[in-house]
Design a protein around this ligand. Structure first.
Ligand code: HMG
Length: 390
């Protein structure tokens, strides 16, 4: 029996900042952002958007197109938690009108947790092949203003329906794992922005890649030659390019620049325009790879490297299912990116600084999102969500 991804769909906020605007304000050559870190734009959430509205919007097209009666589990992966106790997934479950007989929870380990959620989903389906699991990764990446991380912000969510006999991707059972207690990036409960040791974090990322691949080999994983395409965690797209070069060196493969680009570039198309979306980042990359590869990927093996600071990393493999193209959402994804509203620097600052209430007052949010769900208010310490007419 094959277990894997039946459907994948992402969503991102409808405001977008061109990195040229940030470069101009900071007096930096825009090529440092466009080329040096490989980011052209970043999505910015409206005041009435959060990880719940992004997650529900990502999953909505999937819920509308599949029979949800066998859905038994909803797993939401995020590191932008909105509550220390209640899972963001419970709000999402309600907004989507999902079946009541469902286990719903939130998972956390920096950007890695969506991979853990996907693996858990595959295990559940392997035990009971008739059941479906909805995995949603959703995050809003925030760093301090004027910090080196500022150009690597962004936001987005991606939803995946996991089941038996998948239409898109079989997730193969062998994984290579690595964990190490490091302080490369973290966010204490009292902060709304992450703390990061940027250069160190890139070193730990690459070290973890090496270790995870080594473990994948020791666990009986496929040889390097059997992989046709690659998708790495993308805090910024240049990181994925560095990672692939690093991996090629490790497996002692020498490829032309064109061949390297062919293996990796399709996975970078969407993230270059969305920015970091933490847990969602690698899976938006996966959607990008499926949507943007010219070659028919039937039966091709994709190598995936998931990394979450702190840190936990995993190398695993997905096999593209014959006829997958019929089930892609390419036009919808592209339209989503094209229809965003470009913002200027003052608007970026207004969104960045929009207050997050901490008292129990009645805080109504302006209606700005064009998405199907909104956070209409925070009142008496309760988050109030509503469906829009979109
Ligand atoms: P920085 O220090 O400002 O940048 O920020 P830099 O000076 O290293 O320059 C970046 C690149 O631009 C360099 O290229 C420069 O040469 C080039 P490289 O040497 O790396 O190949 N450059 C130019 N290129 C063209 N024209 C120019 C120009 N000027 C310079 N004019 C840093 C970089 C990554 C430190 C920063 O963006 C940062 O702190 N980001 C946040 C941390 C991060 O993303 N780390 C990645 C690994 S950790 C991870 O992935 C986990 C994470 O997603 C969180 C989680 O798990 O939850 C972050």
């Amino acid at each position: 029996m094959k277990v894997g991804i039946e459907d994948i769909c992402f969503y991102t906020a409808n405001y977008v900042l061109d990195m040229a605007v940030l470069a101009d304000v900071h007096g930096i050559e825009v090529e440092k952002f466009y080329q040096g870190i490989g980011q052209v734009e970043m999505s910015m959430a409206a005041p009435d958007e959060d990880i719940v509205t992004l997650a529900a919007a990502a999953a909505k097209p999937i819920v509308e197109n599949h029979d949800m009666s066998q859905l038994r589990t909803v797993l939401v992966a995020t590191e932008s938690g909105i509550d220390q106790s209640k899972s963001a997934g419970v709000y999402v479950h309600n907004l989507l009108g999902l079946p009541s007989h469902c286990r719903v929870l939130e998972m956390k380990q920096a950007c890695y947790s969506a991979t853990s959620a996907l693996q858990m989903a595959c295990s559940l389906v392997a035990r009971q092949p008739e059941q479906k699991v909805l995995v949603i990764a959703t995050d809003i990446a925030r760093y301090d203003l004027n910090s080196s991380g500022e150009p690597t912000q962004g936001c987005g969510a991606v939803a995946m329906l996991v089941g038996a006999n998948p239409k898109l991707l079989e997730i193969e059972p062998v994984s290579g794992l690595f964990c190490e207690d490091v302080m490369d990036f973290w966010r204490p409960n009292y902060r709304s922005t992450a703390l990061v040791d940027g250069k160190y974090s890139t070193k730990v990322y690459l070290r973890s890649l090496k270790q995870a691949w080594q473990d994948y080999q020791e666990q009986g994983g496929h040889s390097a030659d059997t992989f046709s395409y690659f998708c790495y965690h993308q805090p910024f797209t240049r990181m994925a390019q560095k990672a692939h070069t690093h991996w090629l060196k490790q497996v002692k493969k020498e490829l032309s620049a064109e061949a390297i680009e062919q293996q990796l570039e399709p996975s970078l198309v969407y993230n270059r325009r969305i920015g970091n979306s933490y847990t969602a980042s690698m899976y938006i990359g996966l959607a990008s790879l499926l949507d943007n590869t010219q070659e028919n990927l039937d039966n091709k093996r994709i190598g995936l490297f998931s990394y979450g600071s702190g840190c936990v990393a995993e190398w695993f493999a997905a096999k593209v299912q014959p006829g997958y193209r019929e089930y892609l959402r390419t036009a919808y994804h592209q339209q989503l990116l094209e229809s965003r509203t470009a913002i200027d620097y003052p608007t970026y600052r207004r969104l960045y600084e929009f207050p997050n209430p901490t008292d129990g007052g009645d805080h109504q949010n302006p209606h700005e999102t064009t998405g199907p769900f909104r956070l209409s208010a925070i009142s008496q310490h309760k988050r109030l969500y509503e469906k829009t007419s979109s």
